[in-house]
Design a protein around this ligand. Sequence first.
Ligand code: ADP
Ligand code: MG
Length: 336
Amino acid sequence: AATARMLSSGQVILGPESVVKELIENALDAGATRVDVRLDSCGLDRLEVLDNGRGFSASDADLVAMRHCTSKLADDSGLADLVTYGFRGEALNSLCTVGQLSMATRCQGEELGREYAFDKSGQVVSRRDVAMPTGTRVTVRQLFHCLPVRRQQLRSAKRLREALASVEAAIRSAALANPGVRFALLSDGEALLSLPECASLNDRVRQVLSYAVWQQMQRLDCQINNAVGGRVVAFVPASGADKAMLFRNGDLHSFFIVNRRPVQSAKLVKMIRSTISSAFGVPTKLPVCVLSIELPADALDVNLNAAKTQIGLANEAAVLESIRTMLLDTVPNQSL
Ligand code: ADP
Ligand code: MG
């Protein structure tokens, strides 16, 4: 059973970026408006996420890292209209199996915070009072100590750079999905990202993609053309955009958001390639782009894979077709 648990944890937690993603989601679920990520050696020595959310109570501390323990999904409204990111109660428990977890938290009205250390099974093994602002600080040390091969692989300079790029992409995705929240990334003491809160998605896209890229993008809007309803906002390269700057190998600069949830979608990637990349004559590359899709809650199913990044859509074909039509209508052929 221990092995099975480690294997399944290894699936939810593929690298530092998935730890960061899960902890950011928890911070957002706790109502945070500020999220700071701090890494030492790309999180292998220390990975920390601090938020200014509502914290958790002393009576919840014994439960937070136990398997399938979640304070969310409180009522029967169930998975259909899920407004929180978490609902499985797996992330913290999985983290305990792949690293040393401790959490410090202070709720509104409490004079002091409490810091807890957890063992491999998710049980609290120590508790002490700490001075801290309202919110929660989650610290993971010795990530993947039980998976020496993965740890060793990640140690190489190239893999560390890749892992760091993925962490940055995870933070950018969360920032694009939550424009009103402030995010920052500190890596070995160096400020790699600083994303103050924004008033609109436009402002956030400009901030996250950089002004130089933003200047070469256009914004498209469309209603989804089916019984389900919904809308799409897309930021894609404008005609005449600099291909060398806007088209890359790999997908770390293409962001897909469905109802405030960053998702990965092979179908969206394929469609972007066959419309935008093809129009620019670079069908194998992906453009810098942001697609934000808003659908009625009952039109999607997030309960697909453990990392919750794959998403199921009711009427998926119709949704994709609406987006494709919008892109084909507005993105002129640039390949000549
Ligand atoms: P889930 O997010 O699916 O509920 P997790 O394992 O990610 O499961 O978290 C377990 C529980 O720990 C959450 O339901 C929440 O009660 C508590 N928790 C985790 N992170 C935070 C945080 N940053 N602030 C407040 N509570 C938290
Ligand atoms: Mg969670």
